[in-house]
Design a protein around this ligand. Structure first.
Ligand SMILES: [Zn+2]
Length: 100
């Protein structure tokens, strides 16, 4: 079992190999501002280790409208919520019929 706590996005979650660079990066912008009216911008990366495992991880989070400071204070829940919001929007854009 991997230890809880520090999660390094550059370490393979399967075999623990370290990589130096993501294969690809992109940004996710939260569609919903927080209580202070700031929007969270999440920089995501797609990684591949020498053993062929691939994974995605959050590299950095920024808040627009504020200082460009990392605000990583263990707010992992917030990141999860943002990711789910975006996939919801994607399925709406896809004009998928409702399951009913
Ligand atoms: Zn690996």
């Amino acid at each position: 079992m991997p230890r809880k706590g520090q999660q390094d996005p550059f370490t393979c979650p399967v075999c623990g190999a370290r990589v130096t660079d993501p294969e690809r990066t992109w940004t996710l912008v939260s569609p919903i501002p927080d209580r202070q009216g700031r929007v969270t911008i999440t920089i995501m990366g797609a990684f591949r280790c020498p053993n062929g495992h691939t994974w995605k991880a959050v590299i950095k989070k920024l808040k627009s409208g504020g200082k460009e400071e990392e605000e990583e204070q263990g707010e992992r829940e917030q990141g999860d919520v943002i990711t789910l919001d975006l996939s919801d929007i994607e399925s709406v854009d896809d004009s998928a019929p409702p399951p009913e």
